[in-house]
Design a protein around this ligand. Structure first.
Ligand code: ADP
Length: 300
């Protein structure tokens, strides 16, 4: 394991998943699904991905004072993640995600943020020493944006690299983009950030250029089964996805960003780190669920 520490700041949810032949349309009930429950949340998924792929990980998050929160913390401890900075909120429940997955692996998700919505800049202050001891800060957008911005500024002041997975999709301030070392949008997130419809490597190049122009140092756009486009130092690189039989793409992007950070923490180049992330994702999409689908380093 590399000595470099990855600080993941983000959401922690419990996923309640139903697999059905197809996603219901509004007003419709689809019968015949199978149900299972497992821990999720983009922050937690990325922390688990980074830990399973061999990273030294601290997870800064917030849960409710309830059974879901306690189970999550126990689980992250067992993954070897430092959970000392998972705060507890007495007033809000733990975050819950309701997920439906169809027979093609396509999904549809509704999230009740709960305690994730109260992870505040004051909590980041409480974790300041831990963050300052880190080498990489990895964040997503399932916690309040002012908390993400506050943590990014703190990381920048301490020369700690900020990796931002801008999911779920939303517009971002140029200030946040400027404090981002690597940004990892998928197609729809890249479209929101750039105003360009992203559907293939060519349109991804155009979008990456716009996002880079707004301040993000390195842009990595993930294109699902089509692979990933990298813009680094004015040069474009393309990494093909692996050809696999995908059954559930939940947490593909989380596996990607978590693994990317592990590659970087080991001193690998951006391209090598993206290749490692691509290999990890190829395994993740062939399995059901969020964290249950994330592979271990020995499987690569
Ligand atoms: P998100 O989950 O954020 O939408 P993507 O769907 O772009 O992210 O997937 C992230 C990465 O996972 C891709 O760059 C690719 O390497 C891998 N991936 C996703 N879907 C597939 C698939 N159907 N087959 C192979 N690899 C995939």
């Amino acid at each position: 394991m590399s000595d470099k520490k990855i600080i993941v700041i983000g959401s922690c949810n419990t996923d309640m998943v139903i697999k059905a032949d197809r996603l219901p349309v509004p007003g419709e009930t689809v019968i015949g699904g199978t149900f299972f429950m497992n821990p999720g949340g983009k922050g937690a998924n990325q922390a688990v991905a980074a830990a399973r792929l061999g990273g030294k990980v601290s997870f800064i998050s917030k849960t409710g004072n309830d059974v879901f929160g306690k189970q999550s913390v126990e689980l992250y401890n067992s993954e070897g993640i430092n959970t000392n900075y998972i705060f507890s909120d007495d007033d809000r429940p733990s975050g819950i995600a309701l997920i439906t997955v169809d027979s093609h692996g396509e999904n549809c998700i509704v999230v009740a943020s709960g305690a994730n919505a109260s992870l505040s800049p004051a909590d980041i202050e409480s974790a300041r020493k831990e963050i300052e001891s880190g080498d990489i800060v990895l964040m997503q957008l399932e916690i309040p944006i002012e908390t993400v911005e506050y943590a990014a500024e703190l990381a920048n002041k301490n020369n700690i690299k900020v990796i931002l997975n801008p999911a779920p999709a939303r517009a971002l301030s140029d200030k946040l983009l400027k404090s981002t070392y690597i940004i990892t949008p998928n197609e729809s997130e890249a479209e929101i950030l750039s105003g360009i419809k992203v559907k293939d490597p060519e349109s991804a190049k155009k979008a990456a250029k716009v996002i880079n122009g707004k301040g993000a140092n390195i842009v990595v756009i993930t294109l699902g089964a089509k692979g990933s486009l990298i813009l680094e130092n004015g040069e474009y690189h393309f990494v093909d996805a692996c050809k696999v039989n995908a059954i559930d793409t939940t947490a593909a992007g989380d596996t990607f960003s978590g693994t990317l950070c592990v590659g970087l923490s080991e001193g690998k180049s951006i391209i090598e780190s993206v290749k490692m992330a691509t290999n990890a994702c190829a395994l993740a999409v062939t399995r059901m669920g969020a964290q249950s689908s994330i592979p271990y380093r020995k499987e690569l």
